[in-house]
Each structure stands twice: as structure tokens, then as C-alpha cells.
Design a protein around this ligand. Sequence first.
Ligand SMILES: [Zn+2]
Length: 439
Amino acid sequence: MTLSRSILAVAFVAVAQHALVQQVRAQDVSMPELDAILAHPKVVNMLDDIKADDERTFAEQKRITEIPAPPFKEKARAEYYQKRMQELGLKDVSIDAEGNVLALRKGSGGGPKLVVSAHLDTVFPEGTDVTVKDKDGAIVAPGIGDDSRGLAALLSLIKAMNENQIATVGDILFVGTVGEEELGNLRGVKALFRDHTDIDGFISIDGLGITRVVNQATGSHRYEFIFKGPGGHSFQEFGLPSATHAMGRAIAKIAELQPPSDPKTTFTVGTVTGGTSVNAIAAEARMAVDMRSNSTDELLKLEARLLELVKEAVADENARWKSDKMSVEAKMIGDRPAGIVPMDSPIVKATQRAVSAVTKGPRPTFAGSSTDSNIAMSLGIPAVTIGGGGEGGNWHSRNEWYKPTNAWYGPQNALLTVLMLTGLDGVTKPALPLRKAAK
Ligand SMILES: [Zn+2]
């Protein structure tokens, strides 16, 4: 039995980083900056403008949805997004080598640099029908909410800020990111933080309702396991170990794993393939496994145990046939780090205050998820993922639906959060501190 070295190596790679994980109902926090911001006539105007812009924003959301953006093929949508940012008055707009659309909106100087982003990519492969349809009082289309809503909300925010000639103290880097979903593995934000070491805070607009805020990054590790054996005729060569049998043993063991529910830690054998014919001992079988946790410690524990079980399954299959011909190779195909932004962090407090100001009531719930914010959080950069407004469901399915219920809450919430963090020039100081290490 040989177990690929890569299995053992990767098990120890991830950084030990503890993520406290529970859903936290926000307490009232003071954020004096907000009162001054809310009282400013330009801000009052902007909030009204965003509401008045609701219908156009919804039309924009549908327009974006109908430009396909499969994983690794976001170019057409990126080019459209770049054009729209330019039309809305942003001067410094470009597409970087990874495919992200970047637009810098300079502040008056001396403040932090805040990224405000939404993701361009969808989970849907090339050729998917992305036509927007009306159905039972809702709009149905693949990606209509995730993340076309975030992209449209971001444009509405930019429009309101530019038309009202708002000057912030800090710089804002507006970004349409690539590779947020699935095998994209957050490649867009990974490139962003590699190329820009001066980012002090990060906001992703992803998801809909504004009362759910993500301040914890659900980490995930994904593997493809490739079981390999000699293969042979099912009758003549009976007695050889089988790749599908070895994989079956592994799945049976994995299925019994019992990770903790808090911090939420999960696993699944997502896909299996293998064998060539009903009357052949399988020479090869493959399975893809997804593991997730809001805690890096728990993710690493689960991963180490699962890798051990796969190894045991191969040993069992070899022992059954007194062979040493069965082996398995483990390839890591996904790695998203976990992390947490504390509740007393200015970015969390600002979001909390903004949400309450917009809804005039319900305070947000803070939770963990896997979003573009994972990378910032894992780097210790303050980050939150906030909703773009509206309601919807059937994520990642062709029947994804969306209703623009109070949809303007999304960009309004983003606006207030951004102004608190970057500072309204001449009115408030930025609440987001500069990161010393990066300067
Ligand atoms: Zn998304």
C-alpha cells in the first residue's frame, strides 16, 4: 500500500487560527460618526436617490444576469462592468491580470483604503440559459441574486456617491471579483491581496437580506482521491484488489464521522466515478470530498481523521486480498481559510449601526459563511460580507429566484457603512484604522 505523500503534507499546511463560532445577535453599540453622517444634507439626499434608483438598479441586476459569467470565464461580464463603472464617473478603472475589475475612488487623503466588492462569477457552466423570467411573482434566473444583486447594488452606491459629489477621507477601491464560487477558490481576492498590500478593510456585497452579516469565514478543504489498482477480468482475475471496493470502504468509514455541530463542521463525499465495465475489477476510482468548518482547528482535525480513514480503507482492501497493489493519491482541490472578525472591530460595529439605521429596527445577526471575505479575514484584515437587498432562494440552481422587496436597503446600508469607515470629509473621521504593518 502506498499513500501519496501529498496527503500527509497537506494535513499540516493550514495555519492554526482559532475561529470562535456562534451566531451572535448584535448588541446596541455606539458609533457617534453615524449621527453626524445621517444629519448631513448630502447623505439625506443620497439615501433618497438610492431609493429612487431602485427600479433602474433592478433592471441593471437583470442585465448583468444575462451576461454569462461561468467559472474562469467572467471576461464578458467584467468588460461590461468596467464600462458601467466608467459611465458612472469613475476615472481610474482597469481589469487586472487575474480578471478582477478595479476602480479607485480617491479620498481627500491620509485615510484608510477600503475595498467594496461583489463577485462577477456564477457557478453555472457555459451554455446555461441565463434568460431572466417572471415566475409566480418573482424573477427567476441562474445567478439573479448571487451575485448579480451585489454587483447592481455596488453600481447604485457608486452612482449616488458620484452624483452627490461625496468626498470621503479614505480611498475606496471598488472591485468586481472573479473566482468566488467553487473551484475558483477565491482566486480573484487572493490576487487582489497579493497585488495590493495597502488594503485596510474589505466589504463584500454578497447575499440579499441586510440583517444577516458575515463576520466569520467558513474554511473549507476539498480533496480528490484517486484509488488505483491492477484491474482485471472479474472472473479470470478474481482475487485482485478493486479500486471501487477500496473507495466503497473509504466512503463507509467517512460516513460515520461525527464532527461537532458547534463550531459547525461538515463533510460530504460529493461525487464518485470509476470502473470501466460491469465485468472488470476496477483499476481506478475517484471521489471528491468537501470539508468545512468555521474553526480552523476543527477543520484540520476532521481533515486529519478523514485522510487516516482513506488510508485504512486502502489497507483493508489490500489485506482482504493479501495484496499490496492498491494505492490512493490525494489531491487538494480546494483551500479556503477560516477566520473571524471580532464583534468590537470598527467594521462590525459600523455595519451593525448602518443596518439598524436603514431598517429602523431589526439588528443584524452575525454568522459564518464562505465568501470573498475569507481571504481578508484569514490575513487579519477587518472584513464583512453584507447583503445587497431583496429576498430570494434556490441558490446555485437554475431556478434561483429573486424579489426586490425593500431592495434599496442593500445599497443604503453599504453607503452608511462605507461613510462611517472611510470618513465623510469635513464631517467625520474614518472609523477604520490604518493597518500599521502594511504602511
Ligand atoms: Zn455569492
